[in-house]
Design a protein around this ligand. Structure first.
Ligand code: FMN
Length: 235
């Protein structure tokens, strides 16, 4: 466990963090040593942190309105295929409304235990209904019901969603503890895929002399077999 930061109460309305841990990623990153595809590089990193990093699938997702007002929240990375990174959500939520109006997004992972971070920037597309259905069926009963019960990102009263969960159990005829109850995929719920144009890998190093390697998609190369230009960036 890293030493806790020293927090100083500078004045009644100001706190300051006076120190921070040094980073020392186990790996050295270089454009000449990374894999030619950033998706393969991500797969290798993600696989290697399993069991070493708590919840490595938690990622920050940034969206923006068409006039550029950004917002960020945490979602769970669920799949990586040949095109990109998939997460699941409510299609009427704030993030989905922003992606419909401005289908560009950024993701950031931070894996503290190994001093690594990844940034993904790209275009958002909805996954197919079949992919959403397959994933929805794999969710626990409570998560399938709450997808129906929550009009995500709207203003609600205390206890409203819990009440709706109970009503939905009645509606779908779910008996107590019946995990395999047949709950259909709501048509307002499913996956988004972020198809990257840019992926950056960051490995934290002592004295902030970090390694940064960025892949930029070569313009005109296709989504299904993209080509990449790989550079080192200054920390
Ligand atoms: C660790 C963690 C994982 C989360 N995973 C998801 C997720 O996969 N999908 C989702 O819609 N919300 C997820 N949430 C909730 C979102 O952060 C957010 O509150 C919600 O999606 C509404 O965001 P929006 O109003 O910007 O659309 C997660 C939150 C945390 C802290």
């Amino acid at each position: 466990m890293a030493a806790p930061a020293t927090v100083a109460q500078v004045s009644p309305d100001k706190i300051a963090i006076l120190n921070h841990q040094q980073y020392d990623a186990p790996d050295t990153l270089s454009p000449s040593s990374v894999l030619p595809s950033p998706l393969d590089q991500f797969r290798a990193w993600f696989t290697s942190v399993q069991g070493r990093v708590h919840e490595p699938e938690a990622m920050a997702l940034s969206t923006a309105t068409p006039d550029g007002l950004p917002s960020t929240r945490i979602v769970l990375f669920k799949q990586l295929d040949a095109r990109g990174f998939v997460f699941f959500t409510n299609y009427t939520s704030r993030k989905s409304r922003e992606l419909e109006a401005n289908p560009r997004a950024s993701l950031a992972f931070y894996w503290r235990e190994v001093s690594r971070s990844v940034r993904v920037v790209g275009r958002a597309e909805k996954v197919s209904k079949q992919e959403s259905e397959e994933y929805f069926r794999s969710r626990p009963l409570g998560s399938r019901l709450s997808a129906w019960a929550s009009r995500q990102s709207t203003v609600i009263q205390d206890g409203e969603v819990q009440k709706r969960m109970e009503e939905l159990k009645q509606k779908f005829g779910v008996k107590d503890g019946q995990e395999d109850a047949d709950i259909p995929l709501p048509d307002f719920w499913g996956g988004w895929r972020i198809v990257p144009n840019e992926i950056e890998f960051w490995a934290g190093k002592p004295s902030r002399v970090h390694d940064r390697v960025r892949y930029l998609r070569v313009e005109g190369s296709s989504d299904d077999s993209p080509q990449w230009k790989i550079d080192r960036l200054s920390p």
